[in-house]
Ligand binder design. Sequence first.
Ligand SMILES: Cc1cc2nc3c(=O)[nH]c(=O)nc-3n(C[C@H](O)[C@H](O)[C@H](O)COP(=O)(O)O)c2cc1C
Length: 197
Amino acid sequence: MKKVLILFAHPKFEKSRANAALIERLNDKKHVTFHDLYERYPNFHINVQREQELLVEHDIIIWHHPLYWYSSPAMLKQWKDMVLEFNWAYGPNGKVLHNKTVFNVITTGGSREVYCTEGYNTYTVNEFLRPFEQTAKLCGMNYLPPFAVMGTHNLSDRDLTNYANAYEQLIDLLQTDFSSQEFKKHLFLNDLETLTI
Ligand SMILES: Cc1cc2nc3c(=O)[nH]c(=O)nc-3n(C[C@H](O)[C@H](O)[C@H](O)COP(=O)(O)O)c2cc1C
């Protein structure tokens, strides 16, 4: 089975509604490691060796976080700064992550409509996530479009349950011989026809 590592970064998880709903289902899955970075590293002192071991042990990596100021919460940046070392993750001898799959799972307060040229956020979510995409590319990883739950403040409990179901379906779909090229035709993984939202 392909092993999935969820690198979860939410500084106020105790107040979370959207992300709390999303991760509820994932606990039962043996091939999924849920790794809460703020819980593990409350002082931001990341155990680099342990994090690198986790990356080696897993095939699919998910950067799962709410969108904060058009990016991830600070912990995920810290994680990248510390863990993705030269000649380990990238550079002439840095081939450890080659061909692993990675993507973002995000929640946003802003709705999908406001993330475009005419909308008040001007740019698409995919454009805001470019540093993740390029980080993955530099590390030789296969970067997929994000799974995005948007306009969280206006979502009902039922909407969130539907997204949680779709997230669970996506994790299962990743176990199959999925086509990255097919996935990359979509702006968001939640637009895949096979997922029911
Ligand atoms: C510090 C902070 C920054 C935020 N920045 C953004 C942002 O840039 N874009 C956006 O759409 N929502 C933004 N939000 C809203 C959060 O993304 C939203 O509340 C969160 O995804 C909801 O998930 P939760 O219920 O798990 O906390 C921000 C919220 C906070 C607290």
